[in-house]
Design a protein around this ligand. Structure first.
Ligand SMILES: C[S@@+](CC[C@H](N)C(=O)[O-])C[C@H]1O[C@@H](n2cnc3c(N)ncnc32)[C@H](O)[C@@H]1O
Length: 357
């Protein structure tokens, strides 16, 4: 790809139709603001190194940038394929109708029924999921398949208390008690209904990026700096108390679907909620994440660097600015949540954007 502003086929006024998601740390609400804060800079090729939901990649894409979406979790890469790499494929009713019903010629497994009874979903829902996974895996076109995965993941998160897979807590959904949180109606809405709804939303969000965007599943450090003009860095957040957001732990159930045949052998049987065996991620610990920031700034020092972090985390914004100044002449700090949270009671936690160029 060349560093060429003419290459874009998209006008800046393309609407932001990214579906709302239930993912920890999603920047969907501030994605367009982030991209507009960067609008005065000269860049075309962007690496979204910690892509998550792809909400920020999408804002870059509709601004005409050449986006490389990336995430270390394989299930997230499917979201990048569906909405960032994909320019024109949408889902039709024939593909999505009855996705949880058996079709002739398709192989189905029993992994979810056999390993996750009474953990996240009812037996009937587990059966539905095993069949839906079989049907999605049998889809030939990679973008149709990715859109179907996206719809399944969003459905699965919607039906979970806290939208996570961090506890064995199906009982919360099933017990008949007054709750001050969550939405029992959403939990009890059928998988089929959720799936159809997300399939429509995802299809409506597909936009043409002129064949200039790709989706990857690598470590954030594994890209060639000379192939990028700007790197957007939105790593897992570590709170002031030292607790990091463990994405692998929170979403292991969706990641497992990406390894369906091998999944049983990857489960940590000592955990009550049957999570995947842990991976080591230096970004999730207050002991190691500052060094990870140093390493990533060093690696992509030749690019414009844009970092999202919260104001009350470890390292502090001041520490990150000091670190970034080692590699970049000009460093700017923007309070991205200034308007959004003005009336909220979360005054002490702000979404910050640090830009070095
Ligand atoms: C704060 S979230 C990103 C949110 C994203 N900007 C959005 O708007 O949805 C951090 C993401 O980093 C991913 N991640 C964690 N460690 C990673 C690594 N070493 N390389 C690439 N991605 C990583 C996680 O899977 C998670 O999706």
């Amino acid at each position: 790809m060349s560093r060429n502003r003419q290459a874009s086929t998209i006008s800046e006024s393309e609407p932001y139709l990214f579906p709302s998601t239930r993912y920890q740390g999603s920047k969907r609400k501030i994605a367009q603001r982030i991209v507009s804060e960067l609008s005065g800079l000269d860049y075309v090729r962007v690496l979204d190194a910690f892509g998550g939901t792809a909400a920020v990649s999408y804002a870059f894409k509709i601004a005409g940038k050449h986006v490389t979406y990336n995430d270390a979790l394989r299930f997230n890469q499917q979201v990048g394929l569906a909405l960032i790499e994909n320019d024109d494929v949408t889902l039709n009713d024939k593909t999505t109708a009855n996705i949880g019903e058996r079709r002739s010629g398709v192989n189905y497994g029993l992994v979810i029924q056999e390993n996750f009874g009474d953990i996240y979903y009812t037996d009937e829902e587990n059966r539905w999921l095993d069949v839906a996974v079989g049907n999605i895996r049998s889809i030939k076109n990679q973008f149709v398949q990715a859109l179907a995965w996206f719809s399944l993941f969003q459905s699965a998160m919607s039906k979970r208390p806290y939208n996570l897979f961090h506890r064995r807590n199906l009982y919360m959904r099933m017990s008949n008690v007054e709750r001050s949180f969550g939405n029992k109606k959403t939990w009890d809405r059928s998988f089929e209904d959720h799936f159809q709804n997300f399939a429509r939303l995802a299809s409506a969000a597909v936009v043409d990026g002129g064949n200039n965007c790709v989706s990857r599943n690598q470590d954030a450090m594994d890209f060639d700096p000379s192939a990028m003009d700007l790197v957007y860095i939105d790593p897992p957040y570590v709170s002031a108390g030292g607790t990091g957001v463990d994405y692998h732990g929170f979403y292991h159930f969706l990641e497992g679907m990406m390894h369906y045949d091998d999944w049983p052998g990857m489960i940590d049987r000592t955990s009550k909620h049957h999570r995947l065996l842990t991976d080591n991620n230096g970004w999730c610990s207050d002991k190691t994440n500052e060094n990870m920031f140093r390493l990533i700034f060093e690696r992509y020092a030749s690019c414009i660097l844009a970092v999202s972090y919260r104001s009350d985390g470890i390292p502090t914004i001041e520490d990150l600015v000091t670190l970034l100044k080692r590699y970049k002449k000009s460093v700017r700090v923007i309070d991205i949540s200034a308007n959004q949270y003005a009336l909220s009671n979360r005054k002490h936690t702000r979404e910050m954007l640090i830009v070095g160029n």
